[in-house]
Design a protein around this ligand. Structure first.
Ligand code: GZL
Length: 330
């Protein structure tokens, strides 16, 4: 799956450069000059929604970076619905923005609208999440995390800290939004990392849709049907925080009776980690705004851009969380 995306992006970036190099019309170098007048770049950004602390930080980064870069931002919040994102992209095309960027809520179902953007000669940049497509020239570049690697990091910590005890670990997996790249890939990476540890068993796996409410409701149901659960792998902090509420409501101690691994490292998650309610967090950096605006400027200037920009991120133990919390940006 990753290979398709890289091949698609490589071809796409060459295609856009070709247009710019041959001095295509205003449409050829991206959009019709948008609504910003003179040389102001206009960007249409279709955001997933506002489902998590990560998303809030990501939106703030994009909006603040656009302002700092002097880019006019047309921003839409899809409230988690793919059809809303598709409508927003169509609206950006009609507005003749110079560049379109978005975080696809799910991996599939984008070919038609991205072909419309291509025919309008408006370059598309994917941020945060990528798409699954057979087409080879629907976006110029993909800026975001390697979610399979994030899952692997979580699984490797589970092997080092759970499997090594020799005890049986019955893991409840709280999946992200069904069909979303981070949910698919984090599940894949974790499963791959624990495959050779027979005492690490995923006894339940269900989507909590990346929300705190979803994490709580799914955890409650899992605890009712699997009282032997003693570990949780949550695809994001918001679901881990919801799971903590369910674990405490069941009279158990999160981080001790039931250990928790999570992903994101947003402030509330890091506080729970420092407080000992979560045991390990894999960071997923939401601060993509500055890099996105730089990429957009490069694309519209006809400069070569990398086909894939992987964001820098790390991991945190309970001790490390306590140290970095005071300076945490999100
Ligand atoms: C990951 C991002 C995910 C976060 C969640 O890059 O798409 O979506 O991990 C967010 O918190 O809802």
């Amino acid at each position: 799956m990753i290979r398709n995306k890289l091949l698609a992006a490589v071809t796409a970036s060459v295609a856009v450069l070709g247009l710019a190099a041959c001095g295509g019309s205003a449409e050829g170098s991206g959009g019709g000059g948008g609504g910003g007048g003179d040389d102001t770049i206009t960007m249409g950004f279709a955001q997933v929604g506002a489902e998590s602390g990560w998303r809030t930080a990501n939106t703030q980064s994009i909006q603040e970076s656009a302002e700092a870069a002097g880019i006019e931002l047309q921003f839409s919040d899809a409230q988690g619905e793919q059809e809303n994102q598709i409508s927003a992209i169509r609206s950006f095309i009609q507005q003749r923005v110079d560049v379109i960027a978005f975080s696809p809520v799910v991996e599939t179902g984008w070919d038609a609208v991205l072909l419309e953007a291509k025919r309008a000669n408006i370059p598309v940049i994917l941020t945060d999440r990528s798409v699954e497509t057979e087409q080879e020239d629907l976006f110029v570049t993909f800026l975001g995390s390697d979610f399979i690697e994030e899952g692997r990091k979580a699984g490797e910590w589970a092997v080092e800290n759970w499997a090594s005890t020799g005890a049986q670990w019955n893991i409840a997996e709280l999946q992200g939004t069904t069909g979303a790249a981070p949910a698919i890939d984090r599940q894949e990476g974790f499963a791959e990392a624990i495959a050779d540890s027979p005492n690490l068993t995923i006894v339940a796996s269900q989507s909590g849709d990346f929300t705190r409410t979803g994490g709580r409701e799914v955890m409650e149901a899992m605890l009712n049907s699997n009282p032997d659960i003693n570990a949780v792998y949550a695809h994001n902090d918001d679901m881990a925080l919801g799971a903590i509420e369910a674990i405490e409501a069941a009279g158990k101690v999160p981080g001790q009776d039931i250990q928790i691994i999570s992903v994101d490292a947003v402030r509330d998650g890091m506080q729970a980690l420092a407080d000992g309610k979560i045991n390990f967090i894999v960071e997923c950096n939401p601060l993509l705004g500055e890099q996105l605006m730089e990429l957009a400027q490069q694309v519209l200037d006809g400069e070569e851009v990398p086909e894939r920009v992987v964001t820098e991120e790390t991991t945190f133990t309970q001790e490390q969380a306590a140290e970095v919390l005071p300076d945490r940006k999100y």
